[in-house]
Design a protein around this ligand. Sequence first.
Ligand code: ATP
Ligand code: MG
Length: 451
Amino acid sequence: MIRKLIRKVLELPMGKRRGKPRVYPLPQHGIRRDQLSHAAVRVTSRLQEAGYAAYVVGGAVRDLMLGVSPKDFDVATNATPEQVHHLFRRSRIIGRRFRIVHVMMGPETIEVTTFRGGSVDDTNETGRIMADNSFGSQEEDAHRRDFTVNALFYDPSDETVIDYHHGVKDLHAKKLVMIGQPARRYQEDPVRMLRAVRLAAKLGFEIDEDTKKPIRAHAHLLKKEPGARLFDEMLKLLMSGQAYACLKKLRDEGLARGVFPLLDAVMDDKGDDAFLRLSLESTDARLRADKPISVGFLLATLLWRQVNQGWQRRVAEGEKSLPALMAAIDDVESEQENDLAIPRRFSVTMREIWTLQARFDNRTGARPYRFLEQPRFRAAYDFLALRSEAGEVPRELVSWWEEFQRADGAGCERLIAEAKEGGAEEPAKKRRRRRSGGRRKPEGGGGESAE
Ligand code: ATP
Ligand code: MG
């Protein structure tokens, strides 16, 4: 009888299931208060002292349980955004669809969210959530989160983890399981499909079968998402430290072609993606070593193949190197402009890095000196080094510039003379016919214009 009743309760859809959460004490999850950031502890304790419930929630709890240090800390509370704002002098309420409070404390910003309510209050004809500002209980809040491992709450005051959806169990099994009915959750917010792929790659988790199954059929919903949100998500993906794995997984799940214009561009032809792989692996390595990443540089590498193909083609058709490169860049940019939504602050850097590639072949006269003074020289040089690793330009060109940067006055002169000997391109008006012998091999990068 009792067993029957339990089964009945378990068969109810998640939304209707009500129950006590599992509460795990410290020895069972291992997260000590002192592993949180100073700001996370201060924000939760201040809220609790004022009589509100407050927990660290989401990615930070998940990451700490996995032994990874969290990127940032989110806090969930039953205080309204106004009440939170009132408690913290350095805070502001942001967002319209999802109103949250940013609390600034020292160098940190803590995102404080009020528990979201049970019913989705505003959806469009495809079930997409348009606004989500009705407040609710902690249990309802857990239910509105995406994956079970993302719905764990940590209470710093007694160092417990509160789990409504078997998140701890799934975390140990390294499984990403969608809360509720996956198909409906993707309709509510298609970006959850991208999050599934990104988090699985980042954490080394499997996407649970039921969570994975509806992705292919719902992929098209992503096309309707605002470009800026997709761009943000794309950036998170690229900055996850597992960028190459993420892109491959997206392709496997049917989320690349026709969905994500940038990915379409990147993965257009099958086969040779040596350059992409190298650049993403170097990004991943930099992130793991805690080195800064330039988003403009990263985007430049992603779209480079398209630019380079256009450049090569034009050079082969007899155009001069620099004008050919500029035209190829224009082609790619206008093709991407409508879909990509790359913010200007990134696209300017991207364009500069590309344009400067044509200047590495000018190794005579005063031009190498002038090039070194270019503020973007270093980024352009790093880009050249990647191209060389991918076999696009000779290693010799990279070493030449490497030495030129370090050499003293006499050393620079010697290098320039050597380059000249080797047949480096000279300024057009002074260019003379070269004698036989020293002719340089044509470069993959389309460096030298047709003579
Ligand atoms: P990351 O390591 O990338 O920060 P995260 O899980 O912390 O991963 P955030 O974007 O910081 O991701 O989101 C914080 C939490 O908010 C998530 O853990 C999840 O509980 C919830 N969340 C975020 N995006 C969604 C979404 N689209 N649908 C439902 N819940 C979401
Ligand atoms: Mg987070």
